[in-house]
Ligand binder design. Structure first.
Ligand code: NAP
Length: 222
């Protein structure tokens, strides 16, 4: 499968790119608003993988070209810009492309982080609204700490959730996530449940901020 990470130059994009390139044979494409930046980052990821004895081809493109080439498109961009990014690639995605949103709207005050969803209810539903009607949308990977993903020395034993209205697309994303060693992706149901799934992220960040030695808190559902 070909996985494009739009905004794959950033933190969560780097983590997912490295893990998929390291743990699977899927082709990983890095997208950016700036194709030069995407190519430079892709090379950086190749160097990191090479230093671990893994020769992998990671390619960089502008976001639209990356999306055009991919079966799965992960929107690894800030929640407040995600709608525009979706519209920027709308012409090159169709019913055979699965769109994945790991994005969470959050605000911060003196007490901590707070879930701050768009008025439609969740970022997943916002992406669904802005994407072409036939493109399946899945919200997933929200609660994974980018630092932990990007450090290939760190072993995983973590859960994350997948939400979305298309069951086949949810399954596909869950299986793709589960190919990352130590990661389990649990089905949390349709997009109407996305707010609950997304709101786990500010919760784990608040736990990390308030408990010593709990940087990069993860979740395991038993
Ligand atoms: N960081 C985490 O631990 C984590 C974990 C789970 C989920 N998430 C979610 O994943 C998303 C990305 O998080 P992140 O921490 O990786 O963010 P980030 O590093 O701040 O940004 C990711 C990328 O987004 C692109 N970008 C920035 N501003 C943009 C704009 N105005 N329009 C279009 N693209 C823009 C940039 O790529 P280019 O400049 O190359 O275009 C940037 O490298 C967020 O929605 C966040 O909620 C983050």
């Amino acid at each position: 499968m070909r996985i494009a990470l739009l905004g794959g130059t950033g933190d969560i994009g780097e983590g997912l790119a490295l893990r998929w390139a390291y743990d699977t044979d899927h082709e990983v494409l890095i997208g950016s608003r700036d194709p030069e930046k995407a190519r430079a980052k892709a090379e950086e990821y190749e160097t990191e993988l090479d230093s671990r004895g893994l020769e992998r081809d990671v390619k960089g493109f502008d976001n639209e070209m990356a999306a055009d080439r991919a079966d799965v498109v992960v929107l690894a961009v800030p929640a407040y810009h995600i709608g525009d990014v979706v519209e920027g690639v709308a012409d090159v995605i169709d019913e055979d492309t699965v769109l994945v949103s790991p994005a969470v709207g959050m605000s911060r005050d003196d007490d901590g982080m707070h879930y701050n969803p768009p008025s439609i209810g969740s970022v997943t539903e916002l992406v669904q609204r802005r994407a072409p009607d036939d493109v399946p949308v899945v919200g997933a990977f929200h609660n994974l700490a980018a630092d932990r993903l990007a450090n290939l020395d760190v072993e995983f034993d973590l859960d994350t959730l997948a939400v979305g209205d298309d069951e086949d697309a949810r399954d596909l994303v869950a299986n793709l996530g589960a190919e990352i060693e130590g990661l389990r992706v649990l089905d949390a149901g349709p997009a109407a449940n996305a707010a609950e799934a997304e709101s786990v992220t500010p919760l784990v960040i608040n736990i990390a901020m308030n408990n010593a030695d709990m940087h990069d808190v993860g979740v395991r559902y038993l």
